[in-house]
Design a protein around this ligand. Structure first.
Ligand code: PBG
Length: 332
């Protein structure tokens, strides 16, 4: 029996969804969600030294780069049309206060300058946090095993100002201290950067999926965990409170992190505000798929595209992802 075109048969009253899936052209025409390289931001890990490209074992395809190597990447990344890069510093020496974070000649500050001179059009974002710079690995100043909120604010603000001076296009506080967006905004305004935008990691959860990043950034806490300041994965309404607070303090873009395990939060944040929403597809989410792809259990390219699309579909305008370069290379 053929799939009848017999005119005597009354067409069945069912929905033929397949009509619009018949060809690549039709599918493209009715596609609801678009994904393009300019919506993706590539995280880079900057180390001191020269000529260094050190693969991160737990993140296939990701390397720690010295400033000159970051600069060498700049023109190609600009040409690929990715949305930008976000820089994380891995300093040579750390101290209890994390003073390397606001060092005018720190690796991030140097990398910003270097990128801006070789690829002025490439958007450079900086992560503002102390965990990569403190010897104890926590995101703020410690006292008796607890991270002190208010004394940390001033240090975060100083770090953001040093990034601004180096030429950063956007600063992104990821520490989860209360009041840090207001503190950073005030400091930037006072130092002559009233037009430098802030992308806050507004809803950042205490997630197991940051594991590989802590290898890459050498920022695992020496003792304890980050549950005293990052959010409880069980909470959704709380994310909206965090977003509201950050917006009130002057955030220009709000971020949800991680992404795949928090698609409901991305959607809820999208519906609660009209500012741009970012999502961070984090290290563990990336490495889990890459590890499966290495074993031949998943097709990397298709899994990558599907994962990133799901984050856009949930409502994110932009995505921070270790795949930014790969995606751009494939889709150029
Ligand atoms: C720093 C920071 C972390 C990540 C981004 N900024 C780690 C953490 O909070 O422990 C994680 C990113 C990733 O896993 O890819 N506070």
């Amino acid at each position: 029996m053929t799939e009848s075109s017999d005119p005597r048969i009354t067409p069945l009253p069912f929905h033929r969804g397949r009509r619009l899936r018949r060809s690549p052209a039709l599918r493209a025409l009715v596609r609801e969600t678009r994904l393009s390289a300019e919506q993706l931001i590539l995280p880079l890990f900057v180390v001191s030294g020269e000529g260094i490209r050190r693969p991160v074992a737990s993140m296939p395809g990701v390397e720690q780069l010295s400033v000159d190597e970051v600069a060498a990447e700049g023109p190609r990344l600009a040409e690929l049309g990715i949305g930008g890069v976000i820089l994380f510093g891995v300093p040579e020496s750390k101290d209890p206060e994390g003073s390397g974070a606001w060092d005018e000649s720190g690796v991030v500050q140097e990398a910003v300058r270097a990128l801006k001179s070789v690829a002025p059009g490439l958007l450079v974002v900086t992560d503002v946090c102390l965990c990569e710079y403190t010897d104890h690995g926590h995101c703020g100043v410690l006292e008796g095993g607890r991270v002190l909120n208010d004394p940390t604010l001033e240090r975060l603000a100083r770090s953001a100002v040093s990034h601004a001076r180096a030429g950063a296009d956007l600063v992104a506080p990821s520490d989860m201290m209360d009041g840090r967006v207001a503190a950073i905004r005030a400091a930037l305004d006072a130092e002559g950067f009233p037009e430098l935008p802030i992308m806050s990691y507004a809803a950042k959860y205490a997630s197991a999926f940051y594991g590989p990043f802590r290898d890459a950034a050498e920022s695992a806490p020496e003792h304890g965990d980050r549950r005293g300041y990052q959010m409880d994965p069980a909470n959704a309404r709380e994310a909206l409170r965090e977003v509201r607070a950050d917006l009130k303090e002057g955030a220009d873009i709000v971020m949800v992190k991680p992404a795949l395990a928090y698609l409901d939060i991305i959607r809820a944040v999208r519906e609660s505000t009209d500012v741009p929403v970012a999502a961070y597809h984090v290290s563990g989410e990336y490495s889990a798929i890459m590890a499966a792809a290495e074993r031949g259990w998943l097709d990397e390219e298709r899994a990558m595209t599907e994962a990133l699309l799901s984050i856009r579909r949930a409502g994110a305008d932009l995505i921070l992802t270790y795949w930014a370069r790969r995606f751009a290379e494939i889709n150029i």
